[in-house]
Design a protein around this ligand. Structure first.
Ligand code: CUA
Length: 323
């Protein structure tokens, strides 16, 4: 487990709301700063008044008895009520305005660019129109007004990638929508932000934002069927995958495996991570996971099939070959 945690530290401490990379995140960030600046100005004003009044009206040597008393002052009262009311109205207006900019109404007859389905504990990613289905590594193009449809296959999850802006809940039997205009290519890390069970903490999000060209080549590559096994070990792995019930839950396009219960594995070898950010994707880690899933991600819905070492090795080798 140690190496996994080190991997986590290296990869994930970079999440930040102060580095907006989308139109939506920029708008939210500006609003956040406006609020903070106003609050700081207010705080400074109050501190200044407390100090100023304490010094100016402190008890002096020749003071005798009570200072002059004052009852009611319409001007000050009007200011005390009026100024906060104006500020509230301003911030209310700004908040609604930003909300409208980042989440304009959705015409549900419009085909979304991507459909994200939350599962315990991974993300299904579908690109309607292209036939591409993948998992966990969410590739998106930069500079496009993207419409994302958010669904859930089980319980409530919540999508949040701080650099890309607002959160969105994924609720069973409800389609939620998120608009996203990414401005900078890069890798953006997020996390499920609604407690969804034992492995909620390991429901990380990895968005890979690419230029339109890079995204299109990625999409084209991922629309293709899985690579055919080329050598004896991969052939054995492919056969075991179908025989040992892996295919009851997973899909590998171009093979008999078409189930959508677990993550799609058609091009799993090309992904950087497995188990939503828990481990780097390589043959060793695939082996560890398939060998004893419950030791690696306790509670995950993948059972331990108690396979012999050679079978696990062959399956891991096969999956790793699916670039
Ligand atoms: Cu999914 Cu928390």
């Amino acid at each position: 487990m140690q190496t996994q945690h080190l991997y986590f530290l290296k990869t994930y401490y970079l999440q930040s709301i102060t580095n907006p990379a989308s139109f939506q995140a920029e708008k939210i960030n500006n609003l956040f700063y406006t609020f903070n600046i106003a609050a700081a100005a207010m705080l400074l004003l109050v501190i200044f008044l407390v100090i100023y009044i304490s010094i100016k009206y402190r008890e002096k040597k020749d003071d005798t008895g009570e200072p002059k008393q004052m009852h009611g002052n319409k001007k000050i009262e009007a200011l005390m009520i009026g100024v906060p009311m104006l500020l509230l109205a301003y911030f209310f207006y700004e908040t609604i305005h930003v909300e409208k900019q980042i989440a304009p109404p959705v015409n549900t007859s419009q085909q979304p660019d991507v459909i994200i389905t939350g599962h315990q504990w991974w993300w299904e990613v579908e690109y309607p129109g292209s036939g591409v289905i993948t998992a966990n590594e969410v590739h998106l193009p930069v500079g496009k007004h993207l419409l994302m449809e958010m669904r859930s296959a089980d319980v409530i999850h919540d999508w949040w990638v701080p650099e890309l802006g607002n959160k969105m809940d994924l609720i069973p039997n409800v389609n939620n929508y998120l608009w996203l205009d990414i401005k900078k290519p890069g890798s953006y890390i997020g996390a499920c932000s609604e407690f969804c069970g034992a492995e909620h903490a390991w429901m990380r999000i990895n968005v890979v934002a690419q230029t339109q060209n890079d995204f299109e080549s990625w999409l084209a590559a991922n629309a293709s069927n899985a690579m055919l096994p080329q050598d004896t070990i991969t052939m054995a792995g492919a056969r075991l995958f179908q025989e040992k019930t892996c295919s009851n839950c997973h899909r590998i396009q171009g093979t008999a495996a078409s189930a959508m219960i677990g993550p799609d594995l058609t091009h799993i070898g090309s992904r950087k991570e497995i188990l939503t950010g828990l481990m780097k994707n390589n043959e060793d880690n695939l082996y560890k996971w398939i060998n004893h899933p419950q030791e690696i991600k306790p509670g995950a819905h993948m059972p331990d099939f108690i396979l012999d070492k050679d079978s696990v090795q062959a399956i891991a080798y096969y999956l790793n070959s699916l670039k």
